[in-house]
Design a protein around this ligand. Structure first.
Ligand SMILES: Nc1ncnc2c1ncn2[C@@H]1O[C@H](COP(=O)(O)OP(=O)(O)OP(=O)(O)O)[C@@H](O)[C@H]1O
Ligand SMILES: [Mg+2]
Length: 456
């Protein structure tokens, strides 16, 4: 759970006794709180990111609570705000909800209840990154499946065995291949990458094995191929599934005999490089369908590592997003942090482009986002829409008669979606709007796939 003790709270009200009471109550609970009697003095400090939570009264002579919120939001600041009032009406509760307050409290309110609600808002808006991600060379991860892969790599990297890396596009195959080299006994030797899909088929043989002068039209001088350059290091053949049949046979020969010849040459050259290969195709299926040689497949696949897609690594979403954000903010600003609610919503999105898509998303936010926090409302609509689902016809309007249980389920989901949308994706606020117990609301949202927060 996030630490709440270092998050700073500001209470705004123009009655000194109220300020004193609020600050004493919060400090008494080890919360870092201060007060300001003047909204006009406080707002610029709030907007520049000095506080993690603002608590404001409603009736203040200099500037009323609603205007305070409008000014803070108008300046693009998304700090969570709690409104506390002794003058609460239904109308003001609705207006506060419309302005997206994190909580709305009417007096009298017990100290215990006040502190509990303040803590809850702090936790929900706390930076979401867990404390100690694991790393392997340039890869990082906070997900158990990936950590198990890191351990496997540490075991197999120092051996001489060939490795085949499988996984969808953008999930880190290239980075993993390099990590294997770096963790191996060959790390001081060359590391050579060849993308088999990026080189035209008629040039790939010469790229891999080199050619002699005059071997073909345009071969004006001898060229050393990648196997030779790799020497006693590692050669990484990316997109191996794209190799033509002809080259599959030639590669098989190299793997069996440990020798190759330059195109147009007669001399056998010895290959000492360790081979690591990768593909986003299902190679066993390619073999079954006759598109990839079975004998080559078995020789490449001595050790296989299957990288799971990002949607199956929920523990990685927050860590990687923050990692990339920190990398992309290079102008001396403090990089903005993702809130727990934002990361929860990102976990529901399927990330078809995997880590590369997350990286691009973080880069865009790093350039465009102002302010210290990335909230649910800062996420692009494709992510929010996905988490909130696509609205469908109401079960009662449907022509088809469906079982009661299914209709109830549909209604529940639709109702929750609407409430969560009205609450800008904030589940706690959603529970309040629905007048439901928070735990019950969270459980229901989770059952309908509207949140994946594993702590619930
Ligand atoms: N665990 C990770 N930690 C840090 N960065 C990562 C991680 N995984 C992937 N990346 C980054 O994400 C991007 C995509 O990774 P990479 O190129 O290794 O994927 P790939 O599986 O080879 O993709 P493709 O199939 O499209 O070639 C790269 O910029 C890489 O540095
Ligand atoms: Mg790649």
């Amino acid at each position: 759970m996030a630490k709440t003790s270092r998050q700073k709270i500001l209470f705004i009200d123009d009655i000194p006794a109220l300020c004193e009471e609020m600050v004493d109550t919060l400090r008494g609970e080890h919360l870092d709180a201060e007060s300001n009697l003047s909204p006009l003095d406080a707002i610029p400090k709030v907007v520049q990111g000095d506080y993690d939570l603002v608590i404001t009264g409603l009736v203040i002579a200099e500037l009323g609570g609603f205007d305070i919120i409008r000014r803070i939001r108008g300046a693009g600041c998304r700090v969570p705000i709690i409104m506390v009032t002794g003058f609460g009406t239904e109308q003001s509760a609705i207006e506060a909800a419309r302005l997206g307050v994190a909580d709305y409290l009417t007096k009298p309110i017990e100290r215990k209840e006040l502190v509990a609600r303040v803590r809850r808002v702090l936790v929900e808006h706390a930076p979401a990154v867990p404390e100690r991600p694991k790393s392997l060379a340039r890869m990082i991860s906070g997900d158990a499946k990936m950590n198990a892969i890191f351990e496997k790599v540490k075991t197999i990297a120092p051996t001489e065995s060939r490795v085949l890396i499988l996984g969808e596009t953008g999930c880190g195959k290239q980075l993993l291949a390099h990590a294997i080299h770096q963790q191996s006994k060959r790390s001081k030797e060359p590391y050579v990458e060849v993308n088999c899909a990026a080189i035209p088929a008629n040039l790939l043989e010469s790229e891999l094995f080199g050619h002699e002068e005059g071997a073909f039209t345009g071969a004006s001088k001898r060229r050393v191929g990648r196997f030779e350059t790799a020497g006693k290091g590692t050669i990484f053949l990316d997109e191996i599934g794209e190799l033509s049949f002809d080259l599959q046979s030639k590669l098989l020969h190299v793997l069996d005999s440990g020798k190759f010849t330059r195109v147009g040459g007669n001399n056998d050259l010895k290959s000492h490089a360790r081979l690591v290969s990768a593909t986003n195709r299902d190679l066993s299926k390619e073999v079954a369908q006759g598109r990839f040689r079975a004998d080559l497949y078995y020789r490449l696949n001595v050790i296989s590592i299957e990288l799971p897609p990002l949607r199956e690594r929920p523990g990685d979403i927050g860590i990687l997003a923050q990692h990339f954000m920190n990398q992309f903010v290079t102008d001396g600003r403090q990089p903005p942090t993702f809130t727990t609610s934002a990361v929860d919503m990102m976990k529901v999105y399927p990330w078809p482009g995997n880590v590369r898509e997350l990286q691009n998303f973080a880069e865009q936010l790093a350039v465009l986002h102002q302010g210290p926090r990335i909230e649910v409302t800062d996420l692009p609509s494709r992510i929010v829409q996905h988490a909130l689902g696509v609205p469908h016809a109401s079960p009662t309007e449907s022509a088809e008669r469906i079982p009661f249980r299914k209709a109830k389920d549909q209604f529940e989901k639709e109702y929750l979606l609407k409430v969560i949308q009205d609450a800008n994706g904030n589940l706690a606020e959603g529970a309040r709007l629905a007048d439901m117990d928070r735990g019950q609301f969270y459980r229901l949202a989770k059952r309908h796939g509207l949140t994946t927060n594993s702590d619930l």
